[in-house]
Design a protein around this ligand. Structure first.
Ligand code: ATP
Ligand code: MG
Length: 465
């Protein structure tokens, strides 16, 4: 009776194959509940195209997991017994990419489907580094092998859109229903093969609201330092996935809980330990989550500028205490912070350029008299820099009045704007970005705005000197 119930809920019971491997549990539509119509065009047509050409092809990974949870997958991965060249030959709009793992991108309008060939589970021929990290392996295998190579049981489910079945080799369906993340195989070995799996488990736990199985969690603390052997560009990609998951706040909390944040943003742990820094970062992440969950875009430059702002402030203060002028000190502080990050996390140049711009514009918000506010309003990065001011005010770092002034100024008509800049002149709140703008004792002698003071550095230099 119980057996019958279990098989009804979880599908056909796994049996051992001749070679002792676990055979798969196969779930019918009534058991897995995925409506075929929910598949993306690309996901479906990739499987259909390969099947027509005589190959086996399955949707795999996050898409099956998310569909079974009733969510909408953000992208589709397909696993097949066709080699990359054979896949390439089936789809006109496709290209082979990757060296470490060769895969094929198949394009359907704006959608890209990632197709990988079943990989062997036998890693003895794979190239590894001295810690056991797999550097390259392109030896193909069976579907069962491929399932064993995947990271977590819930990520190793294969959906066959032609038969409308889900194939489960590692108890993924059971774990999905119990909301558990369980790594496939020996946890420590799997983390050594690829330390990024430690970040992945954290991200999935936070994003899906799942718990981490005790054995899967146990080695993480001890092996966390292996993340330092992972190329900084791969860490950056993983960090972006985490921050843009729509659950960044939960992810960062989970990372801290697992002591993994040290390896990622080397400065983040320092920042999170300062009350104001933590408040600022958490507010920034909360807003990012909100934007993503509303389907709005997020600028990575803004995000990283937020994550590291309090570290910039700390460095900036130190330099000013040594007697450096405000703006050169700010620029130096920005470089120190970015360079420290670079070794660990390869933040791309276009993103660091954005970060520098947002940071460098901050002192200009203090200059509210004369023509300066008009010039700032016209700056192409005004919007991002203003949003940053709002965050700073919301976190309590600067006076809310400053942020409100800019909110009103943007919308005001010319007369009102004029009146605002005149009023700002009489109640000038100088003192630089580090001063307390509301503190009248910090007022300084005002200079007439210079001509050609467009560059953030120049303009702000006179504000903060
Ligand atoms: P997301 O929703 O974030 O895309 P995902 O599970 O689809 O989640 P991907 O990075 O797109 O994650 O990877 C697709 C699949 O490839 C995973 O579900 C998993 O089966 C496998 N995979 C990805 N990265 C690894 C890894 N580091 N080790 C083992 N398997 C992996
Ligand atoms: Mg995916």
């Amino acid at each position: 009776m119980l057996k019958k119930f279990i098989s009804q809920v979880f599908g056909r019971k796994p049996a051992k194959t001749k070679d002792g491997k676990n055979a798969a549990t196969i779930l019918k539509k009534s058991q897995h509940g995925i409506p075929k119509e929910r598949l993306s065009r690309g996901g479906l047509q990739t499987c259909e195209g390969l099947a027509k050409a005589g190959f086996k092809a399955f949707i795999v990974g996050g898409a099956v997991r998310d569909l079974m949870l009733g969510g909408t997958p953000k992208d589709y991965d397909v696993a097949t017994n066709a080699t990359p060249e054979e896949v390439r030959a089936v789809f006109r709009r496709s290209r082979i990419i990757g060296r470490r793992f060769r895969i094929v991108h198949v394009l359907f309008g704006a959608e890209t489907v990632e197709v990988s060939t079943f990989r062997t589970a036998d890693l003895k021929d794979a190239t590894t580094d001295e810690h056991g990290r797999v550097l390259r392996d392109n030896v193909f295998g069976s579907q069962a092998d491929d399932a064993t190579r995947r990271d977590f049981s819930i990520n190793a489910l294969y959906y066959d859109p032609i038969e409308e079945t889900v194939i489960d080799y590692h108890g993924g369906v059971k774990d999905l229903r119990a909301k558990v993340l369980r790594i496939i195989g020996d946890p420590a070995t799997r983390y050594r093969e690829d330390p990024v799996r430690m970040l992945r488990v954290t991200r999935f736990a936070a994003r899906l609201g799942f718990s981490i199985d005790a054995k899967t969690r146990a080695p993480i603390k001890e092996l966390a330092s292996l993340l330092s052997n992972v190329p900084s560009s791969r860490l950056f990609d993983e960090m972006m996935k985490l921050l843009l998951s729509g659950h960044a706040v939960a992810c960062i909390k989970q990372l801290r809980g697992e002591h993994l944040h040290h390896g990622l943003l080397p400065l983040l742990d320092v920042i999170l330990e300062q009350p104001l820094g933590e408040k600022f970062v958490m507010l920034a992440l909360k807003r990012t989550d909100e934007r993503i969950n509303m389907g709005k875009g997020v600028s990575p430059g803004f995000l990283f500028a937020s994550l590291l702002w309090h570290e910039v402030l700390t460095e900036w203060n130190k330099l000013k205490a040594k007697g450096e002028h405000a703006m050169p000190a700010l620029f130096e502080a920005m470089s120190i912070v970015i360079d420290t990050q670079k070794d660990k996390l390869a933040i791309q140049h276009r993103i660091t350029a954005d970060m520098r711009e947002i940071w460098a514009l901050q002192p200009r918000f203090e200059r509210r008299n004369g023509r300066m506010p008009y010039k700032l309003l016209e700056h192409p990065r005004f919007r991002a820099a203003y949003d940053f001011v709002l965050l700073r005010a919301a976190s309590g770092e600067i006076d809310k009045e400053l942020a409100e002034w800019w909110t009103v100024f943007q919308e005001a008509d010319p007369d009102a704007r004029n009146a605002m800049t005149l009023a700002a002149r009489s109640t000038a709140t100088a003192g630089g970005v580090m001063g307390n703008p509301a503190d009248p004792t910090k007022r300084k002698r005002r200079r007439r705005p210079r001509k050609n003071a467009d560059a953030p550095g120049e303009a702000a230099a006179s504000a903060g000197e």
